[in-house]
Design a binder for this molecule. Sequence first.
Ligand SMILES: [Zn+2]
Ligand SMILES: [Zn+2]
Length: 251
Amino acid sequence: MSLSDWIRSFWHFVSVPGCVHCKKKLSRDEEVFCPSCYSRYRNAKLRNCAQCSEILSRCTCVNDYLDTHLVHRLIKVIRYVSSLQDVPQNRLIFSLKRENREDVARFCAAELADAIRAKVENYKDFVLTYVPRRPKAKRKYGVDQAQILAEHLSALLGIPAVCALRSLAKAPQKKLSATARRKNASFMPRYGVNLSGKRVFLVDDIVTTGASMGSAAFVLRGMGAKEIVGVCFAIAYKDPYVPFEKPAYKK
Ligand SMILES: [Zn+2]
Ligand SMILES: [Zn+2]
């Protein structure tokens, strides 16, 4: 553990974190959200998948892009609602990407572990790897959130996590068109990693078009992986099976 890691853990220990959404100070037994934001988050989690009608954390549907790029099952917890910035689930995802909060990463990983246990019977036969963040972004925010999720998941599920890929992306995906994202999202295998015959969970924080995950999956297949199941905390792609996006519940 480096000095900065020690300082961060010490700081977290002495400071009480605030709710990721409303910033209200949390009490010792509250995690990530205050009770009222947590209940809004739980309601948002009840959003159903339009393909299989299960709630998202119990559905493994993929979008067309992933389906044609070797990822035929995708575990997810929630939908990222791009039209509504200020909702608890979106704040949680911002925090995961930018704030390097241990409690946030642990919370998201626990939600994913629950979804994996429910939907992948033989999950113990898998190894975990992740879609690595652009090196420049990792330096900027001091965190690769997909790597941290994979490490927590490894501990929670009792399966190994391997660092298999290196990112060659030049620009942030966020500002690019779908075609440009596909070009930008490129990865190369890390030297000495062998995935021959392995089943692989490929972890990312959010799947927007599937460009990064799909391109990472191709490289993993080239490294010998026999099956790739995507794992992401949130999906942001438009649901092609409903004519418009509507909230899952009315307050
Ligand atoms: Zn709150
Ligand atoms: Zn579904």
